[in-house]
Ligand binder design. Structure first.
Ligand code: NAD
Length: 455
């Protein structure tokens, strides 16, 4: 039975904001059989989308996007039109944080006002962007109710990760939050064609909080490992060994290895939660001190690295390669939003006053790097070999699988000597590698041990 034959009231959908979240959802809904009207305000990106091409890298998206655009299952516009005749609006605009770590909800407000002008009796609005708890109710009271239309509203967070969204959209449980059981049923039916599991929760606020807690929980876990890295540096032991040996056959310890924590979602959700709790005169202590640990990690680790490097480098100019610029490497992406490479570079420049910077990323292009790191003077390496040959200090910033699989011994041979490889992801910490003379490899949480060994 096709979707058209199923007794589903909502077959025509408008998705507003065709970024990572909106576009992957739009293509997925088209493939299920929904008729999707995509609205994207950025004209440059819209033009690209109309050619069937995504304006960002997402595994499995390109061919499928081109197919649904060609077959006109996905129709693309800059604004909403009455002629769409949709009964469902899904909001997927960005909710970034500003330099003061406050969430910018302006795009959300604007798009809700736009929807409000087109609302018809019985329409359903689903907010999907990550928001402060209470935002859906606020949009209801301050925007949609003013339309005096009889509409329904729900909050259904996106919980996929970039790079796996096209798979996870069809597998992950979908949280459905509404204050009205009738709406919960309607939305559950809508999403039940997309994913096998729909989790109904009892209020809008519950669904909003679940999304924030998902990411806060990950932030806290990583912070604990990053704190263990700091502790290990102070005590002169390897954090990698402490964590891995400690959890071997001992399931009650379940820690990730330490590493930089960044990106467009993970870091901001703690701030969003903190901000909305401000109204209750409460700040989540574990969550916010974890955030601070993760935020300050580049400052502390690069300072310790400088201390370690002082044993090797004299005062002459140091050539430094930073490798892995995207906010994460696995699943791979070219997304530079919120990348920890930015604060790492800042700390490198602060600590190594007389240095040249060389950047390498397996995915991100030179142009994308130049657009992102606008005021940074840097050289670009288009191959890992060149990246090694250019430097005496090689810093692995993200967890792209390429770094775990490089021929590290032969690449370190072509580095300038003396040379140091500092690896934020401990790719080679558990391998007994004989590095060439005058080359030192050290992972995050192993600097203190390495400094102790020199003395
Ligand atoms: N990226 C992820 O994997 C992910 C995962 C879970 C949740 N989220 C959350 O989902 C939301 C969207 O994230 P994203 O990464 O897709 O953001 P994004 O910035 O990639 O995409 C948002 C899009 O909305 C467009 N837009 C803004 N105002 C508009 C308007 N009035 N009309 C039409 N289009 C408009 C922008 O031009 C942009 O293309 C955020 O709240 C984010 O925190 C993202």
């Amino acid at each position: 039975m096709t979707i058209k034959e199923k007794l589903i009231p909502d077959k025509k959908v408008c998705i507003l904001g065709l970024g990572y979240v909106g576009l992957t959802l739009a293509v997925t809904l088209c493939e299920i059989g929904y008729e999707v009207f995509g609205v994207e305000i950025n004209e440059k990106n819209l033009r690209k989308l109309k050619q069937g091409k995504a304006h960002f890298l997402e595994t499995g998206l390109d061919g499928r996007l081109s197919s649904v655009v060609k077959s006109k299952k996905l129709k693309l516009f800059k604004n909403i039109h009455q002629k769409f005749g949709v009964s469902v609006y899904i909001v997927t605009v960005g909710t970034p944080i500003n330099q003061y770590d406050q969430v910018n909800s302006l795009m959300m407000k604007n798009v809700c006002e736009e929807i409000s002008r087109f609302l018809k009796k019985g329409d359903l609005i689903i907010l999907r962007s990550t928001v402060e708890v209470g935002t859906t109710e606020k949009m209801k009271n301050e925007v949609f109710d003013k339309s005096h239309k009889d509409y329904e509203i729900a909050f259904c967070p996106e919980r996929t990760i970039e790079g796996k969204a096209m798979i996870e959209l069809r597998n992950l449980p979908q949280i459905v939050g509404s204050n009205d059981p009738k709406t919960t049923n309607r939305v559950s039916q809508f999403f039940s064609l997309m994913t096998p599991t729909v989790v109904r929760v009892s209020s809008l606020e519950t669904a909003e909080l679940i999304k924030l807690i998902d990411n806060c929980q990950r932030d806290v876990n990583f912070a604990l490992s990053n704190e263990i890295a700091e502790i290990s540096d102070k005590l002169g032991v390897s954090a990698f060994e402490v964590i891995n040996s400690g959890k071997l056959g001992y399931s009650r310890t379940n820690l990730p290895i330490p590493g930089p924590v960044g990106g467009p979602c993970l870091e901001k959700d703690s701030y969003i939660l903190d901000s909305c709790l401000g109204k209750e005169n409460y700040s989540p202590k574990i969550i916010m001190s974890s955030r601070l640990i993760n935020k300050n990690q580049p400052k502390k680790s690069i300072k310790t690295l400088k201390h370690f490097c002082e044993q090797y480098f004299t005062s002459e100019r140091i050539h430094i390669t930073l490798a892995g610029m995207a906010f994460k490497g696995d699943p791979e992406t070219n997304d530079l939003r919120g990348t920890m490479a930015s604060p790492i570079i800042k700390e490198v420049l602060r600590n190594f006053k007389n240095c040249t910077i060389n950047l390498f990323d397996p995915i991100v292009t030179e142009k994308e790097l130049k657009d992102h790191f606008k005021n940074l003077k840097f050289e670009y390496s288009d191959s890992i070999k060149k990246a090694f040959s250019q430097c005496s200090l090689f810093i692995i910033c993200n967890n792209h699988p390429l770094f775990a699989n490089i021929p590290i011994t032969s690449l370190s041979e072509i580095m300038k000597k003396p040379g140091v490889i500092f690896d934020y992801w401990n790719n080679f910490s558990n391998q007994q590698i004989n590095f060439p003379e005058k080359i030192k490899y050290v992972g995050l949480g192993e600097l203190g041990k390495a400094i102790k060994e020199i003395k």
